[in-house]
Design a protein around this ligand. Structure first.
Ligand code: ZN
Length: 300
């Protein structure tokens, strides 16, 4: 478990998502009160708690657990964290809050989306009592010492996706709103997953993020980036590459998801991050195909 400083009031704990370093972080934002942003999965919670211990943070001092969206690597650890952090509320878009109270349906859907190879790496959700969940879409959270977090709607990757603006640094905790950039593994692409990906919303979100003229973005996958324009441009470019690949394959007939994913993001089979690359790119190809077929059906 690695910890690194992001700003004078922000730490990042690498919680070893999917068993690897450099894939996922939980951010620790410190004012008088402590907020965590992103939970990882159930399987990453021990590393996150060890990180808090290493930072000397009392578990009772963590008051807020913010999730950008309902996917397993962003909210999957929320129940386990809530159990270990007795004074914390969990914040998520209220449109999906019921899934944290009663996670059975969500877990079945994730299992279908990520496939059997990657499913065991996602962990299981622990239900959270409804009274410990708060709606995040209108969030204004004053942690004290001039540290304020507010929410911005950034749908597309998922309809419930929120990003959290840290007013002190001007940086945005962006979740999966644009694209991922895992420098250690040489992976950078937007994730467009089944079953609820929305291309038009995603394009609009990237445009909106550009217009915000942010000094920094804090990626969940992975870490802080100051080259915001480059990151947003690259995510947009790689997205349009995928759109073209998928549309051409649909025009040719029955699309081969694995082959398309490998063409979009070529990645060695045997590398340690191969399972991440394969699972997330195949999920993206499938998500975009599903979106496109739904769209065509709707427009006749
Ligand atoms: Zn996601």
């Amino acid at each position: 478990m690695e910890i690194f400083a992001v700003d004078s009031h922000i730490w990042a704990i690498d919680h070893e998502l999917l068993g690897l370093p450099g894939v996922g972080v939980t951010y620790v934002v410190t004012g008088e009160e402590i907020a965590l942003i992103e939970t990882g999965t159930a399987l990453t919670v021990p590393q996150t708690l060890a990180g808090l211990d290493a930072l000397g943070i009392d578990r009772a001092a963590v008051r807020h657990i913010l999730c950008t969206h309902i996917h397993m690597d962003h909210a999957g650890g929320s129940g386990h964290l809530a159990a270990a952090l007795p004074n914390a509320f969990v914040y998520i878009n209220s449109s999906v809050a019921e899934h944290l109270v009663n996670p059975t349906k969500l877990m079945a859907s994730v299992r279908r989306a990520v496939g059997e190879e990657a499913w065991p790496l996602h962990g299981e959700l622990l239900p959270i009592p409804a009274e410990r969940i708060r709606p995040a879409e209108q969030l204004y959270l004053d942690l004290g010492r001039d540290v304020v977090l507010t929410a911005i709607a950034t749908p597309g990757h998922s309809p419930d996706h929120l990003s959290y603006l840290d007013h002190k640094s001007g940086g945005l905790f962006i979740g999966d709103a644009a694209g991922l950039a895992m420098d250690r593994w040489g992976l950078a692409f937007p994730v467009t997953p089944v079953p609820t990906y929305d291309l038009e919303a995603h394009r609009a979100t990237i445009a909106r993020l550009r217009a915000l003229d942010l000094p920094r973005i804090y990626l969940t996958h992975y870490g802080p980036h100051d080259d915001v324009t480059y990151q947003l441009d690259r995510a947009a470019e790689r997205l349009e590459e995928l759109v073209e690949l998928v549309n051409r394959a649909l025009a040719d007939g029955d699309p081969d998801i694995a082959a398309l994913a490998a063409r979009w993001v070529p990645y060695p089979e045997d590398g340690p991050a191969g399972v991440v690359a394969r699972s997330w790119t195949q999920m993206s190809v499938a998500g975009l195909i599903r979106y496109e077929l739904k769209r065509r059906q709707a427009t006749g």
